[in-house]
Design a protein around this ligand. Structure first.
Ligand SMILES: C[S@@+](CC[C@H](N)C(=O)[O-])C[C@H]1O[C@@H](n2cnc3c(N)ncnc32)[C@H](O)[C@@H]1O
Length: 317
């Protein structure tokens, strides 16, 4: 899923309001703060310049991650989605991903604690015309409760900013306010995956059907020194290159995720956990299955060969 051109134009227009050197500094300060993975509820992006830098350097990557996770999740559930809530919405990446992917979506409710993020998110949606009715509200996921329930609830790259106690409370509240599908996306780090695993266990306990990425509600078969994460590719804009340096035309964003449903699900049989190793006559796949982790060599004679050659890490097969 490509970051919408009209959204990119609005992000760039907003960035023009700030001195370029200040933006470069802000982009690097944001990276440092996120790398620390403090998970203690502190406020990380508060200044207007940091908010503009977030939209320029992080939003395309989080949009790509949520788009990828959401499209896998939607492929595993049988339900129509008309309303969605985005908690810890930041500048609106997850809401944009939902609006781009779900034709039936009519209403989006974006909840965000930081006034600056909220203001920019709201103005990007209105200037770039997201195409669904979008409402923004001040909201603290550690203390507040959604005023009503939604077909789809998304929390992306936010769970890891809450303290441990607040994470548990937030997951319970989000699940209670989910009518059909709850999607949580976290950075594809060991810490992000640990948060996802804990959320997954909690959701299974309260009766959730795991839609993706797992092959059902079975216990996670990964060994303790491994972690489940996938990659989403985001094209880098000229502004992104100016603020973050380097010339590579794309950025590979690593993420972990869990999609839990109240509607019927058809989870995958096998999820590809590593980039497939392709040789002339075969493809080696490292897979998560309901029976555990499996390594599979798909040869030319297999009916899976064509799909395996085209498959990517994170796909089901
Ligand atoms: C890394 S950003 C992610 C933003 C957006 N979801 C995305 O994927 O690009 C985390 C966002 O969560 C917000 N946040 C952190 N703690 C929060 C809380 N307790 N309640 C609501 N929002 C919170 C932050 O202000 C920030 O906008």
């Amino acid at each position: 899923m490509i970051f919408p051109e009209r959204l990119n134009a609005a992000v760039e227009a907003n960035a023009q309001k700030y001195d370029r050197r200040e933006l470069v500094k802000a982009a690097s300060a944001i990276s440092e703060k996120y790398r620390a993975e403090r998970g203690d509820g502190s406020r990380l992006v508060t200044k207007a310049c940091e908010t503009a830098a977030y939209a320029a350097v992080r939003m395309p990557a989080t949009f790509a991650a949520v788009s990828t996770a959401l499209s896998h999740a939607l492929g595993s559930v049988r339900c129509d989605i008309e309303t969605a809530a985005d908690i810890g919405a930041g500048t609106g990446a997850a809401g944009w991903a939902a609006a781009e992917l779900i034709d039936t979506l009519t209403e989006l409710y974006c909840c965000e604690r930081e006034p600056g993020m909220r203001e920019l998110g709201r103005s990007l949606m209105s200037e770039a015309e997201i195409g669904v009715k979008a409402e923004w509200c001040g909201f603290d996921a550690a203390a507040d409760t959604l005023p009503r329930s939604f077909d789809l609830v998304i929390m992306s790259y936010t769970l890891n900013e809450l303290s441990e106690t607040d994470r548990d409370r937030a997951i319970e509240m989000l699940w209670e306010k989910t009518d059909k599908l709850l999607l949580i996306v976290e950075p594809g780090t060991k810490t992000g995956y640990a948060n996802i695993l804990k959320a997954r266990e909690r959701l299974i306990k309260v009766g959730a059907n795991i839609a993706c990425p797992c092959p059902g509600n079975c216990s996670c078969p990964l060994p303790a020194d491994d972690w489940c994460h996938f990659t989403a590719r985001a094209q880098r804009t000229k502004l992104h290159k100016q603020l973050k340096g380097g010339d590579v035309p794309y950025e590979d964003e690593k993420f972990s995720c869990i999609a839990a449903a109240k509607c019927d699900v058809s989870p995958c049989e096998r999820r590809i956990l590593r980039h497939p190793q392709i040789s002339g006559g075969f493809v080696d796949l490292h897979l998560c299955t309901a029976n555990g982790i499996e390594d599979m060599r798909v040869t030319k004679s297999s009916k899976l060969f064509k799909a395996a050659r085209k498959a990517d890490c994170g796909d089901d097969i």
